[in-house]
Write a protein that binds this ligand. Structure first.
Ligand code: RAM
Length: 331
């Protein structure tokens, strides 16, 4: 919140290494869901690491203050007018961005989505952090272990239109159909909109509405940290088990005190790094964006473009007391 309040402008950062030579600068815009989310700040740091590899690249980092698709459409419109070379976007809505991004591509801008995807017509490719099926199923496996495969569970998500969370939730529901989970019941899915205060209130609402609740999955870094705080404040740490996708730096205290015994996430710095490299190589023509193509993504190695124009970066890590402190220093 503090960070969010500090930043009242839509444009928060324009950085880059602009060559003093006559070479044309490649301008890559990273557009994320909203400002003030440490996950996306880590993605931005990865983007900066990537542009550091070249001397003619500039990174423009932008997001609406709250995670709305209208805000992102306005930003993309402005980026088209600025004639940037590439846009890498984490979408607040899969389909509503398609027309404006089609316009961007028609203007010669290379468009990719990463993290939270845009539907096929609106981007060249979507970079998933890890396989969506794997992520969704793993979330259920984690909470099931924590509650002994028995009792009521709820999901506290980001926005109701977030592509990534909605796909993961779809896979969670698939996983829950397996006989192993017959004694578990998903009683509610609520949305904290990736805002700490709203997520906190939604968590309190769950505690009140479902007195028998045994576990919460929060597949959003903002949601899981807010839920951890709500559980602690209400004296419910360990009573209702918490898992999800969290930043180690934000979740360290809750992992160490047992509010959440295990949770998962990939490295957001590497995600921003990969998205920026792919966007850059699409601009230079080194990557075409065709299905089957193997992309060389710097230190991340080879990444293949699969059916539907999707590519997967790497598997998620699982954090617990044994490794949380080490990862908390990184992101
Ligand atoms: C939040 C955002 C982001 C998601 C992570 C796990 O920071 O919703 O899109 O990937 O959580």
């Amino acid at each position: 919140m503090k960070k969010l309040l500090m930043v009242l402008m839509v444009v928060i950062l324009i950085v880059g290494m602009v060559s003093s030579s006559a070479l044309a600068t490649v301008r890559i815009a990273m557009v994320v869901k909203n400002l003030g989310n440490a996950f996306f700040e880590a993605c931005r740091d990865g983007g900066l690491e990537a542009i550091g590899l070249g001397e003619d690249i500039e990174l423009i980092f932008q997001a609406p203050i709250t995670p709305t698709v209208e805000g992102q459409i306005e930003i993309v419109d402005a980026l088209i007018a600025q004639k940037v070379d590439a846009i890498a976007i984490s979408a607040n809505d899969a389909t509503a961005l398609v027309p404006v991004l089609k316009g961007a591509m028609a203007a010669g801008i290379k468009v990719i989505s990463f993290d939270s995807g845009v539907a096929e017509g609106g981007r060249i490719l979507q970079l998933d952090p890890s396989g969506p099926e794997f992520i969704g199923r793993q979330q259920v496996q984690l909470v099931a272990e924590m509650i002994g495969y028995k009792g009521e569970i709820a999901i506290l998500s980001a926005t109701s239109t977030a592509t990534n969370q909605n796909i993961w939730i779809g896979w969670m529901k698939e996983e829950l159909k397996k006989p192993a989970y017959k004694d578990m019941k998903l009683v509610a899915t609520v949305y904290g909109d990736d805002l700490s205060d709203k997520s906190y209130r939604e968590a309190l609402g769950l505690f009140k509405s479902y007195p028998n609740l045994k576990g919460i999955i929060s597949p959003t870094t903002v949601g899981i940290a807010a839920t951890g705080k709500a559980l602690e404040d209400e004296g419910l740490s360990g009573v209702i088990k918490l898992t999800g996708l969290g930043l180690p730096s934000e979740m360290k205290q809750y992992i160490l005190n047992g509010t959440s015994t295990k949770m998962a996430l990939w490295n957001p710095v590497e995600l921003g790094y990969s998205a920026t490299i792919i966007a850059y190589k699409l601009v230079t023509g080194e990557i075409k964006g065709e299905v089957g193509e193997v992309m060389k993504v710097g230190k991340m190695g080879d990444v293949t473009i699969e059916e539907g124009g999707t590519a997967v970066m790497s598997p998620p890590y699982v954090f617990d007391k044994s490794n949380i402190e080490k990862f908390a220093e990184i992101y």
